[in-house]
Design a protein around this ligand. Structure first.
Ligand code: 13P
Ligand code: SF4
Length: 315
């Protein structure tokens, strides 16, 4: 087969797979949600594409009994915690978040024992068991509002030291203890990358995720969640942007702002776990009802309390 025929054959295969997914989704009455870092073709068929907070709110409010969660494990787990009566499928069971794995409930209990009485704020990028040991959850879009609403003079913040440092910088009146966790995709961006990007695109604004290190986000024109970055770019009168987060956001940035130009801040800003989910695995998830996320009832009850406290905060 020559290259042209091979491409046509692949495109036909991809089209059939997509049709199969849409048919199965309709037959099963499922909703399919996708995080902003998912592959383009998954974002294209999603009922909602969003950041962690938007996805958590949407799944909790959805009347559908079947949710196909195209994201990473902690996100699907949070959806299950909020709606135990629903079936929540994660199409790739190994799609985890290395940062979420940088703390567990045993280590958190020991940290709490070192700081008795200090409130615990857990980033949503954490396991349900860690959430159950925490006072409140936050995402990158509502961290400041959540900590303000908590009203505590001192907090333990985990697992992301960069988001925690951002909270500490914005709220100097609060003492913030940081857990030494980080995102492998964002933490690796260094000031040399920023200098090179600025040199190549001197008139572009920098929009950065708070999971980048402070020496990146403190130089940004805007710091926010994936959704906030996409919305900021759409509203801004500027035409060029350096994007300091995972490359998956490019799909929605270009869709919402077709007249603007976006440059990834550094090469290799890819979350390999987010990319594990493919159209084939979504098809298999719908056809075989897998992988059905389960959370033990006692853990879910504790995690739900902390998540509900977050959802009650208006960011
Ligand atoms: P957002 O909530 O900003 O989408 O971030 C999720 C995440 O995992 C970022 O790496
Ligand atoms: Fe986790 Fe980073 Fe991937 Fe987000 S981008 S899911 S924080 S590893």
């Amino acid at each position: 087969m020559d290259a042209v025929n091979a491409r046509a054959s692949w495109e036909e295969h991809a089209r059939q797979l997509r049709e199969e997914v849409l048919r199965l989704k309709a037959e099963r009455g499922a909703v399919l949600v996708a995080h902003n870092y998912q592959r383009d073709e998954i974002q294209e068929i999603a009922d909602l594409v969003g950041d962690s907070l938007a996805l958590a709110r949407f799944c909790a409010a959805s009347p559908s009994r079947l949710i196909v969660f195209c994201g990473v494990h902690f996100m699907a787990e949070s959806a299950k915690v909020m709606s135990p009566e629903k079936t929540v499928l994660l199409p790739e069971i190994d799609a985890g978040c290395p940062m979420a794995d940088m703390v567990d409930e045993v280590a958190l209990r020991a940290w709490k024992a070192e700081h008795p009485g200090v409130a615990v704020v857990a980033y949503i990028n954490s396991s349900a068991a860690v959430k159950a040991e925490s006072d409140v959850i936050c995402t990158s879009s509502n961290a400041l509002a959540v900590v303000r609403a908590l009203g505590a003079p001192e907090i333990l913040f985990l697992p992301d030291c960069n988001l925690g440092a951002y909270v500490a910088r914005q709220m100097p009146e609060i003492k913030v203890h940081l857990w030494p966790g980080f995102c492998i995709t964002h933490h690796r961006v260094r000031p040399e990358d920023l200098a090179a990007a600025r040199k190549a695109h001197p008139d572009a604004l920098l929009l950065a995720h708070p999971e980048t290190q402070p020496d990146i986000w403190e130089q940004a024109d805007f710091v926010g969640s994936t959704k906030q970055i996409i919305d900021y770019a759409a509203k801004s009168p500027a035409k060029k942007f350096l994007i300091g987060t995972e490359m998956g956001v490019m799909w929605k940035l270009r869709k919402d702002s077709p007249d603007k130009t976006f440059y990834l801040l550094a090469p290799g800003m890819v979350c390999p776990n987010m990319k594990k989910i493919t159209m084939r695995s979504v098809r298999d998830a719908l056809a075989e009802t897998k992988y059905d996320i389960q959370v033990p009832a006692d853990v879910a009850a504790g995690a739900r309390r902390a998540l509900e406290r977050m959802l009650a905060v208006q960011a």
